[in-house]
Design a protein around this ligand. Structure first.
Ligand code: B4P
Length: 188
């Protein structure tokens, strides 16, 4: 099994690059953002609770996203590997993920972090907000809150995988194709 985490702040290109990575490497894409938006679209109780939190730019509780990831992994038990996109976002989520993979005799093989400046992130997300219909993209105050949540709670996850010698980073600015080539190089 090859398990990859694509890491970076909101708007760094995780979702965009994930589409290309799964096509090239045949991994199963697990995006907690997509899973949460599908709960919202289906108006489930979990979705209603998550929407309120996401609209403020905050993180959904660890237990909720870990539960979603556990069931998604169970649904795709035959996958040759997973691409985790937008997860883990806290050290507690990282520890839970490591434990879930250990149950399968597996682990995270690599974390790739996309490095993008705050000005570029805000520009991209406001641009996406014009067409995505995503309420968390259309307001600069909410976007800044998401970046602050990332700095306060998520950056530590990089240290967790750095300590395990699984961390690498690449520049996340430039054309989508050039960034994908950089990802392919570090995937080997
Ligand atoms: P996510 O869905 O993960 O949203 P995101 O971080 O904004 O997306 P992403 O980073 O994938 O977007 P991309 O750069 O591809 O999370 C949304 C919310 O869900 C969170 O705020 C949180 O509330 C909740 N949540 C999700 N996971 C959670 C977890 N594990 N724990 C707790 N809460 C969780 O795209 C951005 C834009 O940039 C696009 O318009 C794209 O076209 C553009 N772009 C991409 N690459 C570009 C490039 N090279 N040049 C120019 N533009 C580019």
């Amino acid at each position: 099994m090859f398990n990859l985490i694509l890491f970076g702040p909101p708007g760094s290109g995780k979702g965009t690059q994930s589409e290309k990575i799964i096509e090239r490497f045949g991994l199963k894409h697990l995006s907690t953002g997509d899973l949460l938006r599908s709960e919202i679209a289906n108006a489930t109780p979990l979705g209603m609770q998550a929407k309120e939190i996401m609209d403020k730019g905050q993180l959904v509780p660890d237990a909720v996203v870990v539960g979603m990831i556990r069931s998604a992994m169970e649904r795709h038990a035959d996958a040759k590997g997973f691409l985790f996109d937008g997860f883990p976002r806290t050290v507690a989520q990282a520890e839970a993920l490591d434990a879930l993979l250990a149950e399968k005799g597996a682990s995270i093989n690599l974390m790739i972090a996309l490095i993008v400046s705050d000005e570029e992130l805000i520009k991209r997300l406001l641009q996406r907000g014009l067409t995505s219909g995503r309420s968390d993209d259309s307001n600069e105050t909410v976007i800044r809150a998401r970046i602050e949540e990332y700095q306060n709670k998520t950056t530590a996850v990089a240290g967790h995988y750095r300590a395990l010698n699984r961390y690498t980073s690449i520049p996340g600015e430039g054309s989508i194709e050039d960034i994908f080539e950089r990802i392919c190089e570090v995937m080997g």
